[in-house]
Design a binder for this molecule. Structure first.
Ligand code: BES
Ligand code: MN
Ligand code: ZN
Length: 488
Protein backbone atom coordinates (compact mmCIF):
# COMPACT_ATOMS: atom_id res chain seq x y z
CA UNK A 1 0.00 0.00 0.00
CA UNK A 2 1.33 3.42 -0.88
CA UNK A 3 2.54 5.87 1.76
CA UNK A 4 0.30 8.80 2.59
CA UNK A 5 1.56 11.95 4.29
CA UNK A 6 -0.33 15.10 5.16
CA UNK A 7 1.16 18.56 4.81
CA UNK A 8 -0.09 22.12 5.04
CA UNK A 9 -1.12 23.89 1.90
CA UNK A 10 2.23 25.53 1.13
CA UNK A 11 2.57 24.11 -2.34
CA UNK A 12 5.33 22.59 -4.38
CA UNK A 13 6.23 24.74 -7.35
CA UNK A 14 7.23 21.93 -9.70
CA UNK A 15 6.43 18.33 -10.64
CA UNK A 16 2.93 16.89 -10.84
CA UNK A 17 0.13 18.04 -8.59
CA UNK A 18 -3.58 17.31 -8.44
CA UNK A 19 -5.70 20.21 -7.28
CA UNK A 20 -9.20 19.53 -5.95
CA UNK A 21 -11.59 22.34 -6.74
CA UNK A 22 -15.30 23.07 -6.70
CA UNK A 23 -17.20 24.90 -9.45
CA UNK A 24 -17.28 28.70 -9.19
CA UNK A 25 -14.72 31.40 -8.54
CA UNK A 26 -11.23 29.91 -8.05
CA UNK A 27 -10.32 29.83 -4.36
CA UNK A 28 -7.45 28.84 -2.09
CA UNK A 29 -4.59 26.89 -3.59
CA UNK A 30 -6.28 26.60 -6.96
CA UNK A 31 -6.40 30.40 -7.27
CA UNK A 32 -2.79 30.67 -6.06
CA UNK A 33 -1.40 28.12 -8.52
CA UNK A 34 -3.49 29.60 -11.32
CA UNK A 35 -2.03 33.05 -10.59
CA UNK A 36 1.50 31.61 -10.48
CA UNK A 37 1.07 30.19 -14.00
CA UNK A 38 -0.54 33.32 -15.41
CA UNK A 39 -4.11 32.00 -15.50
CA UNK A 40 -3.22 28.91 -17.57
CA UNK A 41 -5.41 26.65 -15.41
CA UNK A 42 -8.61 28.63 -15.71
CA UNK A 43 -7.96 29.07 -19.45
CA UNK A 44 -7.45 25.30 -19.87
CA UNK A 45 -10.57 24.50 -17.84
CA UNK A 46 -12.61 26.87 -20.00
CA UNK A 47 -11.21 25.48 -23.25
CA UNK A 48 -11.97 21.92 -22.10
CA UNK A 49 -15.47 22.92 -20.91
CA UNK A 50 -14.44 21.46 -17.57
CA UNK A 51 -17.26 22.01 -15.06
CA UNK A 52 -15.52 20.76 -11.90
CA UNK A 53 -18.11 17.99 -11.61
CA UNK A 54 -17.39 15.45 -8.87
CA UNK A 55 -14.44 13.16 -9.64
CA UNK A 56 -13.93 14.50 -13.19
CA UNK A 57 -10.39 15.48 -14.14
CA UNK A 58 -8.76 17.94 -16.51
CA UNK A 59 -5.03 17.42 -17.09
CA UNK A 60 -3.07 20.57 -17.89
CA UNK A 61 0.40 19.75 -19.23
CA UNK A 62 3.32 22.13 -18.71
CA UNK A 63 1.20 25.11 -17.64
CA UNK A 64 4.34 27.03 -16.73
CA UNK A 65 5.97 27.85 -13.41
CA UNK A 66 7.99 24.63 -13.29
CA UNK A 67 5.00 22.27 -13.21
CA UNK A 68 5.08 19.19 -15.45
CA UNK A 69 1.37 18.82 -15.08
CA UNK A 70 -1.45 20.15 -12.98
CA UNK A 71 -4.46 17.88 -12.70
CA UNK A 72 -7.70 19.63 -11.90
CA UNK A 73 -10.05 17.34 -9.99
CA UNK A 74 -13.68 18.37 -9.65
CA UNK A 75 -15.37 18.28 -6.26
CA UNK A 76 -18.88 18.98 -7.54
CA UNK A 77 -21.37 21.15 -5.70
CA UNK A 78 -20.39 22.12 -2.16
CA UNK A 79 -23.62 20.85 -0.56
CA UNK A 80 -23.12 17.39 -2.08
CA UNK A 81 -19.51 17.07 -0.92
CA UNK A 82 -19.42 14.14 1.50
CA UNK A 83 -17.01 11.33 2.35
CA UNK A 84 -17.92 9.34 -0.78
CA UNK A 85 -17.36 12.30 -3.12
CA UNK A 86 -14.06 13.03 -1.35
CA UNK A 87 -13.01 9.39 -1.86
CA UNK A 88 -14.00 9.46 -5.53
CA UNK A 89 -11.99 12.66 -6.00
CA UNK A 90 -9.03 10.87 -4.40
CA UNK A 91 -9.50 7.91 -6.75
CA UNK A 92 -9.57 10.24 -9.77
CA UNK A 93 -6.50 12.14 -8.57
CA UNK A 94 -4.59 8.90 -8.05
CA UNK A 95 -5.47 7.61 -11.52
CA UNK A 96 -4.27 10.81 -13.18
CA UNK A 97 -1.14 11.13 -11.03
CA UNK A 98 -0.06 7.56 -11.72
CA UNK A 99 0.12 8.36 -15.43
CA UNK A 100 2.89 10.80 -14.53
CA UNK A 101 5.10 9.05 -12.02
CA UNK A 102 5.44 7.33 -8.70
CA UNK A 103 4.93 10.29 -6.38
CA UNK A 104 2.59 13.26 -6.27
CA UNK A 105 0.81 15.88 -4.26
CA UNK A 106 -2.96 16.09 -3.91
CA UNK A 107 -4.07 19.56 -2.90
CA UNK A 108 -7.23 19.40 -0.80
CA UNK A 109 -7.08 22.73 0.99
CA UNK A 110 -10.76 23.60 0.45
CA UNK A 111 -12.23 20.44 1.98
CA UNK A 112 -12.68 19.86 5.72
CA UNK A 113 -9.80 17.94 7.40
CA UNK A 114 -12.02 14.86 8.01
CA UNK A 115 -12.80 14.78 4.31
CA UNK A 116 -9.12 15.22 3.43
CA UNK A 117 -8.61 11.84 5.15
CA UNK A 118 -11.28 10.37 2.87
CA UNK A 119 -9.44 11.86 -0.12
CA UNK A 120 -6.42 9.89 1.09
CA UNK A 121 -8.55 6.73 1.29
CA UNK A 122 -9.60 7.29 -2.31
CA UNK A 123 -5.97 7.78 -3.37
CA UNK A 124 -4.96 4.46 -1.82
CA UNK A 125 -7.93 2.51 -3.17
CA UNK A 126 -7.69 4.08 -6.62
CA UNK A 127 -3.98 3.47 -7.04
CA UNK A 128 -4.14 -0.22 -6.06
CA UNK A 129 -2.31 -2.59 -8.37
CA UNK A 130 -1.47 -6.27 -8.20
CA UNK A 131 2.07 -6.48 -9.58
CA UNK A 132 3.37 -9.50 -7.69
CA UNK A 133 4.02 -11.62 -10.75
CA UNK A 134 5.36 -8.93 -13.06
CA UNK A 135 9.10 -9.11 -13.50
CA UNK A 136 9.14 -6.31 -16.05
CA UNK A 137 7.13 -3.11 -16.26
CA UNK A 138 4.57 -2.87 -19.00
CA UNK A 139 5.55 -0.62 -21.90
CA UNK A 140 5.05 3.03 -20.98
CA UNK A 141 4.21 2.19 -17.37
CA UNK A 142 5.46 4.82 -14.93
CA UNK A 143 5.28 2.28 -12.10
CA UNK A 144 2.95 2.21 -9.12
CA UNK A 145 2.27 5.36 -7.12
CA UNK A 146 4.38 4.97 -4.00
CA UNK A 147 4.19 8.28 -2.15
CA UNK A 148 1.39 10.78 -2.08
CA UNK A 149 1.17 13.90 0.08
CA UNK A 150 -2.25 15.33 0.77
CA UNK A 151 -1.90 19.07 1.28
CA UNK A 152 -4.71 20.43 3.43
CA UNK A 153 -5.69 23.12 5.89
CA UNK A 154 -5.19 21.12 9.11
CA UNK A 155 -2.75 18.27 8.43
CA UNK A 156 -2.54 17.16 12.08
CA UNK A 157 -6.32 16.76 12.24
CA UNK A 158 -6.40 14.99 8.86
CA UNK A 159 -3.62 12.61 9.92
CA UNK A 160 -5.58 11.65 13.03
CA UNK A 161 -8.75 11.09 11.00
CA UNK A 162 -6.68 9.00 8.57
CA UNK A 163 -5.54 6.44 11.18
CA UNK A 164 -8.73 4.31 11.25
CA UNK A 165 -9.27 4.81 7.51
CA UNK A 166 -5.74 3.54 6.84
CA UNK A 167 -6.66 0.34 8.67
CA UNK A 168 -9.73 -0.01 6.46
CA UNK A 169 -7.63 0.67 3.36
CA UNK A 170 -5.20 -2.07 4.41
CA UNK A 171 -8.16 -4.44 4.87
CA UNK A 172 -9.49 -3.65 1.38
CA UNK A 173 -6.04 -4.08 -0.20
CA UNK A 174 -5.51 -7.37 1.64
CA UNK A 175 -8.86 -8.59 0.32
CA UNK A 176 -7.94 -7.54 -3.23
CA UNK A 177 -4.52 -9.20 -2.96
CA UNK A 178 -6.10 -12.50 -1.93
CA UNK A 179 -8.72 -12.38 -4.68
CA UNK A 180 -6.09 -11.49 -7.30
CA UNK A 181 -3.79 -14.40 -6.44
CA UNK A 182 -3.86 -17.20 -9.00
CA UNK A 183 -5.31 -20.44 -7.68
CA UNK A 184 -2.00 -22.32 -7.88
CA UNK A 185 -0.49 -19.82 -5.46
CA UNK A 186 -3.37 -19.69 -3.01
CA UNK A 187 -4.77 -23.07 -2.14
CA UNK A 188 -6.29 -23.62 1.32
CA UNK A 189 -2.97 -24.10 3.17
CA UNK A 190 -1.45 -20.94 1.68
CA UNK A 191 -4.65 -19.05 2.44
CA UNK A 192 -4.35 -20.29 6.02
CA UNK A 193 -0.79 -18.92 6.20
CA UNK A 194 -1.96 -15.53 5.01
CA UNK A 195 -4.59 -15.48 7.75
CA UNK A 196 -2.11 -16.54 10.42
CA UNK A 197 -0.17 -13.32 9.66
CA UNK A 198 -3.12 -11.37 11.13
CA UNK A 199 -1.95 -12.44 14.59
CA UNK A 200 0.33 -9.39 14.34
CA UNK A 201 -2.80 -7.24 14.58
CA UNK A 202 -3.96 -8.97 17.76
CA UNK A 203 -6.36 -11.34 16.01
CA UNK A 204 -6.55 -14.86 17.46
CA UNK A 205 -6.46 -17.49 14.73
CA UNK A 206 -7.53 -21.09 15.06
CA UNK A 207 -7.37 -23.67 12.28
CA UNK A 208 -9.52 -26.76 11.73
CA UNK A 209 -7.83 -29.32 9.50
CA UNK A 210 -9.48 -32.24 7.72
CA UNK A 211 -9.42 -34.47 10.82
CA UNK A 212 -10.91 -31.79 13.05
CA UNK A 213 -13.64 -31.11 10.50
CA UNK A 214 -14.28 -34.84 10.19
CA UNK A 215 -14.79 -35.05 13.96
CA UNK A 216 -17.22 -32.12 13.78
CA UNK A 217 -19.19 -33.88 11.05
CA UNK A 218 -18.49 -31.38 8.24
CA UNK A 219 -19.60 -33.92 5.62
CA UNK A 220 -20.81 -31.29 3.13
CA UNK A 221 -17.59 -29.25 3.12
CA UNK A 222 -15.39 -32.35 3.06
CA UNK A 223 -17.36 -33.79 0.15
CA UNK A 224 -16.46 -30.72 -1.93
CA UNK A 225 -12.82 -30.93 -0.87
CA UNK A 226 -12.32 -34.62 -1.56
CA UNK A 227 -11.56 -34.22 -5.27
CA UNK A 228 -8.56 -32.00 -4.63
CA UNK A 229 -5.04 -32.88 -3.55
CA UNK A 230 -5.00 -29.67 -1.50
CA UNK A 231 -6.31 -30.27 2.02
CA UNK A 232 -9.25 -28.14 3.19
CA UNK A 233 -9.24 -25.77 6.13
CA UNK A 234 -11.73 -23.92 8.23
CA UNK A 235 -10.05 -20.90 9.78
CA UNK A 236 -11.51 -18.98 12.71
CA UNK A 237 -10.45 -15.40 13.48
CA UNK A 238 -11.37 -13.63 16.73
CA UNK A 239 -11.04 -9.96 17.50
CA UNK A 240 -11.90 -9.17 21.12
CA UNK A 241 -12.24 -5.39 21.15
CA UNK A 242 -15.59 -5.25 22.96
CA UNK A 243 -16.79 -5.91 26.48
CA UNK A 244 -15.79 -9.25 27.94
CA UNK A 245 -18.59 -11.76 27.59
CA UNK A 246 -20.52 -9.70 25.04
CA UNK A 247 -21.86 -11.85 22.22
CA UNK A 248 -19.79 -11.37 19.05
CA UNK A 249 -20.81 -10.31 15.59
CA UNK A 250 -19.88 -13.00 13.08
CA UNK A 251 -18.77 -12.95 9.46
CA UNK A 252 -18.59 -16.11 7.38
CA UNK A 253 -16.97 -16.47 3.97
CA UNK A 254 -17.03 -18.90 1.05
CA UNK A 255 -13.41 -19.69 0.27
CA UNK A 256 -13.38 -21.94 -2.78
CA UNK A 257 -9.81 -21.28 -3.92
CA UNK A 258 -10.68 -22.66 -7.35
CA UNK A 259 -14.07 -23.78 -8.64
CA UNK A 260 -13.70 -26.08 -11.62
CA UNK A 261 -17.26 -27.21 -11.02
CA UNK A 262 -16.03 -30.66 -10.03
CA UNK A 263 -17.46 -33.63 -11.97
CA UNK A 264 -20.27 -31.29 -13.09
CA UNK A 265 -17.43 -29.44 -14.79
CA UNK A 266 -17.74 -25.83 -15.95
CA UNK A 267 -17.22 -24.81 -19.59
CA UNK A 268 -13.64 -23.82 -20.45
CA UNK A 269 -14.40 -20.22 -21.42
CA UNK A 270 -13.92 -17.96 -18.40
CA UNK A 271 -13.08 -20.77 -16.03
CA UNK A 272 -9.95 -18.86 -15.00
CA UNK A 273 -12.18 -16.35 -13.23
CA UNK A 274 -13.05 -19.07 -10.75
CA UNK A 275 -9.79 -18.29 -8.96
CA UNK A 276 -11.88 -15.50 -7.42
CA UNK A 277 -14.39 -17.93 -5.90
CA UNK A 278 -12.85 -17.23 -2.50
CA UNK A 279 -13.78 -13.53 -2.57
CA UNK A 280 -16.29 -13.99 0.26
CA UNK A 281 -13.56 -15.44 2.49
CA UNK A 282 -11.18 -12.67 1.41
CA UNK A 283 -13.76 -10.03 2.37
CA UNK A 284 -14.12 -11.62 5.81
CA UNK A 285 -10.33 -11.60 6.26
CA UNK A 286 -10.13 -7.98 5.08
CA UNK A 287 -12.95 -6.95 7.42
CA UNK A 288 -11.30 -8.61 10.42
CA UNK A 289 -8.01 -6.88 9.53
CA UNK A 290 -9.81 -3.53 9.30
CA UNK A 291 -11.60 -3.98 12.64
CA UNK A 292 -8.43 -5.07 14.44
CA UNK A 293 -6.29 -2.46 12.67
CA UNK A 294 -8.45 0.36 13.97
CA UNK A 295 -9.02 -1.34 17.32
CA UNK A 296 -12.78 -1.45 16.92
CA UNK A 297 -14.70 -1.72 20.19
CA UNK A 298 -16.50 -4.89 19.26
CA UNK A 299 -16.14 -8.64 19.62
CA UNK A 300 -16.00 -10.07 16.12
CA UNK A 301 -15.63 -13.58 14.74
CA UNK A 302 -14.59 -14.37 11.18
CA UNK A 303 -14.91 -17.91 9.89
CA UNK A 304 -13.86 -19.02 6.42
CA UNK A 305 -14.32 -22.40 4.77
CA UNK A 306 -11.38 -23.01 2.43
CA UNK A 307 -11.58 -25.77 -0.18
CA UNK A 308 -10.65 -26.40 -3.78
CA UNK A 309 -13.41 -27.85 -5.99
CA UNK A 310 -11.64 -30.22 -8.38
CA UNK A 311 -12.08 -33.41 -10.36
CA UNK A 312 -10.27 -36.64 -9.65
CA UNK A 313 -10.81 -40.35 -9.16
CA UNK A 314 -11.90 -39.52 -5.65
CA UNK A 315 -14.08 -36.52 -6.46
CA UNK A 316 -17.65 -36.30 -5.25
CA UNK A 317 -20.17 -37.61 -7.78
CA UNK A 318 -23.56 -36.20 -8.78
CA UNK A 319 -26.07 -38.15 -6.75
CA UNK A 320 -23.86 -38.59 -3.70
CA UNK A 321 -25.49 -38.01 -0.33
CA UNK A 322 -23.56 -36.16 2.38
CA UNK A 323 -24.32 -35.55 6.05
CA UNK A 324 -23.92 -31.96 7.29
CA UNK A 325 -22.69 -30.79 10.70
CA UNK A 326 -26.27 -29.80 11.45
CA UNK A 327 -27.31 -33.44 10.94
CA UNK A 328 -29.37 -32.82 7.81
CA UNK A 329 -28.50 -34.89 4.75
CA UNK A 330 -28.02 -33.43 1.28
CA UNK A 331 -28.20 -35.07 -2.13
CA UNK A 332 -25.50 -33.48 -4.29
CA UNK A 333 -27.17 -33.32 -7.69
CA UNK A 334 -24.66 -30.86 -9.12
CA UNK A 335 -21.10 -30.71 -7.83
CA UNK A 336 -20.83 -27.13 -9.14
CA UNK A 337 -23.31 -25.94 -6.50
CA UNK A 338 -20.48 -26.35 -3.98
CA UNK A 339 -20.46 -22.99 -2.19
CA UNK A 340 -23.69 -23.73 -0.36
CA UNK A 341 -22.28 -27.08 0.77
CA UNK A 342 -19.21 -25.40 2.24
CA UNK A 343 -21.27 -22.68 3.91
CA UNK A 344 -23.84 -25.11 5.31
CA UNK A 345 -21.26 -26.61 7.67
CA UNK A 346 -19.44 -23.37 8.43
CA UNK A 347 -22.63 -21.39 9.17
CA UNK A 348 -23.96 -24.13 11.42
CA UNK A 349 -20.67 -24.39 13.28
CA UNK A 350 -20.38 -20.60 13.72
CA UNK A 351 -23.79 -20.12 15.30
CA UNK A 352 -23.54 -23.31 17.34
CA UNK A 353 -20.18 -22.45 18.87
CA UNK A 354 -20.22 -18.65 19.15
CA UNK A 355 -23.92 -17.78 19.65
CA UNK A 356 -23.36 -14.53 17.72
CA UNK A 357 -25.57 -11.42 17.74
CA UNK A 358 -25.87 -11.95 14.01
CA UNK A 359 -24.12 -13.73 11.15
CA UNK A 360 -23.38 -12.18 7.78
CA UNK A 361 -21.99 -14.48 5.13
CA UNK A 362 -20.42 -13.38 1.85
CA UNK A 363 -20.13 -15.67 -1.14
CA UNK A 364 -19.63 -15.66 -4.88
CA UNK A 365 -22.53 -18.08 -4.80
CA UNK A 366 -24.49 -17.95 -8.04
CA UNK A 367 -24.20 -16.86 -11.65
CA UNK A 368 -27.94 -16.16 -11.38
CA UNK A 369 -27.34 -13.11 -9.17
CA UNK A 370 -25.25 -11.60 -11.98
CA UNK A 371 -28.21 -12.11 -14.30
CA UNK A 372 -30.53 -10.42 -11.75
CA UNK A 373 -28.45 -7.47 -10.58
CA UNK A 374 -25.44 -7.20 -12.89
CA UNK A 375 -22.29 -5.78 -11.39
CA UNK A 376 -23.92 -2.74 -9.74
CA UNK A 377 -25.38 -4.41 -6.68
CA UNK A 378 -24.87 -7.54 -4.65
CA UNK A 379 -27.83 -9.69 -3.64
CA UNK A 380 -28.98 -9.38 -0.03
CA UNK A 381 -30.94 -12.25 1.50
CA UNK A 382 -31.90 -12.13 5.16
CA UNK A 383 -34.22 -13.50 7.83
CA UNK A 384 -33.97 -10.21 9.76
CA UNK A 385 -35.44 -6.88 8.66
CA UNK A 386 -33.23 -5.04 11.14
CA UNK A 387 -29.97 -6.57 9.95
CA UNK A 388 -31.00 -6.22 6.31
CA UNK A 389 -31.82 -2.56 6.95
CA UNK A 390 -28.43 -1.90 8.50
CA UNK A 391 -26.63 -3.55 5.62
CA UNK A 392 -28.67 -1.80 2.90
CA UNK A 393 -28.30 1.64 4.46
CA UNK A 394 -24.56 1.22 4.94
CA UNK A 395 -24.12 0.00 1.38
CA UNK A 396 -25.72 3.16 0.02
CA UNK A 397 -23.17 5.16 2.05
CA UNK A 398 -20.03 3.26 1.04
CA UNK A 399 -21.11 2.62 -2.54
CA UNK A 400 -21.13 -1.16 -2.00
CA UNK A 401 -24.76 -1.30 -2.91
CA UNK A 402 -27.12 -4.16 -2.11
CA UNK A 403 -30.56 -5.17 -3.25
CA UNK A 404 -32.80 -7.24 -1.03
CA UNK A 405 -34.22 -10.37 -2.61
CA UNK A 406 -37.28 -12.40 -1.55
CA UNK A 407 -37.09 -15.44 0.70
CA UNK A 408 -40.62 -16.93 0.52
CA UNK A 409 -41.05 -20.36 2.05
CA UNK A 410 -42.29 -21.64 -1.34
CA UNK A 411 -38.74 -21.50 -2.74
CA UNK A 412 -37.62 -24.04 -0.14
CA UNK A 413 -39.99 -26.62 -1.63
CA UNK A 414 -37.81 -26.65 -4.75
CA UNK A 415 -34.99 -28.14 -2.64
CA UNK A 416 -36.78 -31.31 -1.50
CA UNK A 417 -34.87 -34.44 -2.45
CA UNK A 418 -36.21 -37.89 -3.25
CA UNK A 419 -33.53 -39.58 -1.14
CA UNK A 420 -32.23 -37.04 1.40
CA UNK A 421 -33.50 -34.08 3.44
CA UNK A 422 -32.40 -31.56 0.84
CA UNK A 423 -30.90 -31.45 -2.65
CA UNK A 424 -28.27 -28.88 -3.48
CA UNK A 425 -29.92 -27.40 -6.57
CA UNK A 426 -33.43 -26.04 -7.08
CA UNK A 427 -33.46 -25.53 -10.84
CA UNK A 428 -32.66 -22.46 -12.94
CA UNK A 429 -35.66 -20.26 -12.06
CA UNK A 430 -34.80 -18.12 -9.01
CA UNK A 431 -31.42 -19.81 -8.74
CA UNK A 432 -29.96 -17.24 -6.33
CA UNK A 433 -33.00 -17.46 -4.09
CA UNK A 434 -33.03 -21.24 -3.80
CA UNK A 435 -29.31 -21.05 -3.00
CA UNK A 436 -30.10 -18.59 -0.19
CA UNK A 437 -32.95 -20.76 1.08
CA UNK A 438 -30.52 -23.65 1.22
CA UNK A 439 -28.15 -21.62 3.42
CA UNK A 440 -31.03 -20.57 5.65
CA UNK A 441 -31.56 -24.21 6.61
CA UNK A 442 -28.24 -24.04 8.46
CA UNK A 443 -28.50 -20.78 10.46
CA UNK A 444 -30.81 -22.06 13.20
CA UNK A 445 -32.88 -18.84 13.25
CA UNK A 446 -29.97 -16.61 14.29
CA UNK A 447 -30.32 -13.14 12.69
CA UNK A 448 -28.51 -13.76 9.44
CA UNK A 449 -27.81 -12.18 6.08
CA UNK A 450 -26.25 -13.64 2.95
CA UNK A 451 -24.54 -11.37 0.43
CA UNK A 452 -24.22 -12.96 -3.01
CA UNK A 453 -21.22 -11.08 -4.39
CA UNK A 454 -20.69 -13.12 -7.58
CA UNK A 455 -21.20 -9.98 -9.71
CA UNK A 456 -19.42 -7.42 -7.56
CA UNK A 457 -16.23 -9.06 -6.25
CA UNK A 458 -14.33 -8.90 -9.51
CA UNK A 459 -14.96 -6.61 -12.47
CA UNK A 460 -13.61 -6.16 -15.96
CA UNK A 461 -13.84 -2.36 -15.77
CA UNK A 462 -12.83 0.20 -13.12
CA UNK A 463 -15.45 1.06 -10.49
CA UNK A 464 -15.90 4.19 -8.35
CA UNK A 465 -13.40 2.90 -5.77
CA UNK A 466 -11.30 0.31 -7.59
CA UNK A 467 -9.34 -0.40 -10.73
CA UNK A 468 -10.53 -3.32 -12.84
CA UNK A 469 -10.03 -6.70 -11.18
CA UNK A 470 -10.65 -7.45 -7.53
CA UNK A 471 -12.82 -4.78 -5.91
CA UNK A 472 -12.55 -5.67 -2.22
CA UNK A 473 -16.35 -5.61 -2.09
CA UNK A 474 -17.71 -5.98 1.44
CA UNK A 475 -14.80 -4.78 3.55
CA UNK A 476 -15.72 -1.10 3.78
CA UNK A 477 -19.39 -2.10 4.02
CA UNK A 478 -19.01 -4.44 6.98
CA UNK A 479 -16.46 -2.27 8.74
CA UNK A 480 -18.76 0.75 8.49
CA UNK A 481 -21.84 -1.24 9.49
CA UNK A 482 -20.09 -2.40 12.65
CA UNK A 483 -18.91 1.15 13.36
CA UNK A 484 -22.37 2.63 12.88
CA UNK A 485 -24.57 0.12 14.67
CA UNK A 486 -22.64 -2.37 16.76
CA UNK A 487 -19.63 -0.72 18.37
CA UNK A 488 -18.99 0.62 21.85
N1 BES B 1 -18.82 -19.95 -8.00
C1 BES B 1 -19.99 -20.20 -8.76
C2 BES B 1 -20.84 -18.95 -8.97
C3 BES B 1 -20.21 -17.84 -9.79
C4 BES B 1 -20.58 -17.67 -11.10
C5 BES B 1 -19.36 -16.91 -9.20
C6 BES B 1 -20.03 -16.62 -11.84
C7 BES B 1 -18.82 -15.87 -9.93
C8 BES B 1 -19.17 -15.72 -11.26
C9 BES B 1 -20.85 -21.24 -8.05
O1 BES B 1 -20.16 -22.20 -7.31
C10 BES B 1 -21.59 -21.98 -9.10
O2 BES B 1 -20.97 -22.67 -9.85
N2 BES B 1 -22.91 -21.83 -9.12
C11 BES B 1 -23.71 -22.48 -10.07
C12 BES B 1 -24.91 -23.06 -9.35
C13 BES B 1 -25.72 -24.01 -10.19
C14 BES B 1 -24.94 -25.26 -10.48
C15 BES B 1 -26.98 -24.35 -9.42
C16 BES B 1 -24.15 -21.45 -11.11
O3 BES B 1 -24.36 -20.30 -10.74
O4 BES B 1 -24.24 -21.79 -12.28
MN1 MN C 1 -19.55 -23.86 -8.50
ZN1 ZN D 1 -18.33 -21.64 -6.61
Amino acid sequence: MLDIAFSDASLPTSGAIAVLAAPGTPAGAFAAVDAAVGGALTRAAKAAKFGFDAARTCVVLAPGGGYDRVILVGLGKADALDATVAEQAGVAAARALSDAGTAGVVVADTVAPDLAAHVALGVVLGSYRFDLYRTQPRKGDAGPLANVTVACADPAHAATAWQPLAAVARGVCLCRDLVSEPANMLRPPEFEQRILALRDLGIEVEVLDRDAMHRLGFGALLGVAQGSDAPPRTVIMRWNGGAQGEAPVAFVGKGVTFDSGGISIKPAAGMDEMKTDMAGAAAVVGTMAALAGRKAKVNAIGVVGLVENMLSGNAQRPGDVVRTAAGQTVEVLNTDAEGRLVLADVLWYTQDRFKPRFMVNLATLTGAIVVSLGIERAGLFSNSDELAGHLSATGEKTGEKLWRMPMDAAYLELLRSDVADLKNIGGRPGGSITAAKFLECFVNDVPWAHLDIAGTAFTSKPTSHAPKGATGFGVRLLDRMVGTYYEG
